[in-house]
Design a binder for this molecule. Structure first.
Ligand code: LLP
Length: 421
């Protein structure tokens, strides 16, 4: 019995000191997870690089950790690039992804001399080539391939297969390579795929690798093209609840590397540099969100609703992906879970339910609820819906908490409004 301790900090104390809703990120956990994935990859292949998918969680502090741990950085927008540039993140370690890059994003990225663009269409390759020529730069690119493989995950987290907007289909890759070969300001390094997110095992990665490796062989034979880089994406799943049983990270990675090595050896093909780009695996389990219970309402025969002071604006994932989470009452930790409760967000939106029917100790107004595993795609997807300020991020290092990103104020929310006419 007592309070929930998260990486050396009493969660109820954090709520009292920093207010709720509150994102809490353990930097120690993030660093452990970075080292776990990076060392597994480094030990299994001689020329590899781990990138962090910054869309999962980005702050100045996180960027500092990514740089000091020696990872590369994936960005997908001018905004993510802006922070990387503002913090002086090494440009050669940045990859710019996305299916719809604007001219100004392309120009900014070229000006910062980023390591590579991951190109999503033939039109984009031509556009980058044109802008690079105009500014006197040479753009290094990878082509994103849609291997046509569907991973086993929520349909909104699929990024490969017949209906996805992402990537170039295998049948068009030879044309894309020929296009690159004819563009003076484009330097094609190789290929990229990302099959989807929150995958429990690597079967989709392996199926995609078979497609990609076949393609690499064909391009060598037909066009004499040597693939120097193969980026195998992210997607390594984490356990949000006891029902999720993700494979350990080495069981994801080692067989993927093994598949590349075997194929290249048996087909006499040059072994490319390999890249992976985890986001959720690093950020997800490193974070929790703290809320204060503002109302407890029993609707007989339906549910006990515990309304909290956050919800959809700080975590849209249950509404968008039917995502499931686990939670504890931080100030009643270890007490028997005697009630079935639905944790409701505060938005005027019926879908704003954080967790349906979770077993918890008796819940009362004023209790602090900790929703677990919220470090990825929560802060980064936060909105101001119903004009709720984005919560602060408190980072914990060595058991010591500090404000890493301050809470938005009401004034921040309206700071961009022109004075009324
Ligand atoms: N690389 C590429 C090209 C990606 O598109 C993504 C995620 C990643 C890497 C990182 O995937 P991860 O290792 O984090 O699974 N908002 C959704 C997730 C969308 C992910 C999109 N792409 C969510 O909240 O679950």
């Amino acid at each position: 019995m007592g309070n929930f301790i998260f990486h050396g900090c009493d969660a109820a104390e954090l709520a009292r000191e920093f207010g709720t809703p509150l994102y809490v990120m353990s930097e120690d956990e993030a660093i452990d997870r970075i080292r776990a994935v990076k060392s597994c990859f480094d030990d299994s292949y001689e020329r590899c690089r781990t990138h962090f998918a910054s869309k999962s969680f980005l702050s100045r502090d996180m960027l500092g950790i990514i740089e000091s741990e020696g990872l590369g950085l994936d960005v997908v927008s001018g905004g993510e690039l802006y922070l990387a540039r503002d913090e002086g993140f090494p440009p050669e370690k940045i990859a710019f992804h996305g299916n719809s890059k604007t001219d100004s994003e392309i120009r900014d990225a070229l000006e910062y001399r980023i390591g590579k663009f991951v190109c999503d269409s033939l039109q984009e390759i031509a556009a980058i080539g044109g802008i690079a020529r105009a500014v006197g730069a040479r753009a290094k690119i990878l082509i994103r391939v849609n291997p046509g493989v569907e991973g086993n995950t929520h349909r909104h987290m699929l990024t490969s297969g017949g209906r996805t907007k992402f990537g170039i289909r295998s049948s068009e890759i030879a044309d894309a390579v020929s296009l690159c070969m004819g563009l003076e300001n484009i330097e094609l390094g190789g290929f990229h795929f990302h099959v989807g997110s929150q995958l429990m095992d690597n079967s989709a990665h392996l199926a995609a690798l078979d497609v990609l490796l076949g393609l690499i062989k064909r391009l060598k034979v037909e066009l004499g093209f040597d693939t120097e880089v193969l980026d195998m994406g992210g997607g390594f799943g984490v356990a949000y609840t006891d029902l999720d049983k993700p494979a350990p990270i080495d069981e994801f990675i080692r067989p993927m590397v093994g598949r590349v090595c075997e194929f290249c050896a048996s087909n006499g093909i040059f072994r490319p540099d390999l890249i992976i780009e985890p986001g959720r695996f690093i950020a997800g389990p490193s974070g929790i969100t703290l809320y204060t219970v503002c109302s407890v309402k029993e609707v007989p025969g339906v549910a006990i609703y515990a309304g909290v002071d956050g919800g959809f604006p700080d975590n849209p994932r249950p509404a968008l992906y039917e995502a499931k989470y686990d939670a504890v009452i931080a100030d009643k930790f270890g007490e028997p879970r005697t009630e079935t409760v639905t944790i409701a967000g505060k938005c005027c939106e019926s879908g704003d339910i954080l967790i349906r029917d979770i077993a918890l100790p008796h819940v009362e107004r004023g209790n602090i609820i900790a929703v677990l595993c919220t470090g990825a795609y929560n802060h980064s997807m936060a909105s101001n819906y119903n004009k709720n300020p984005v919560p602060a991020v408190v980072a914990i290092r060595g058991g010591v908490p500090r404000v890493s990103v301050r809470r938005q104020t009401y004034a921040d929310i309206f700071a961009c409004d022109s004075p009324k006419t």
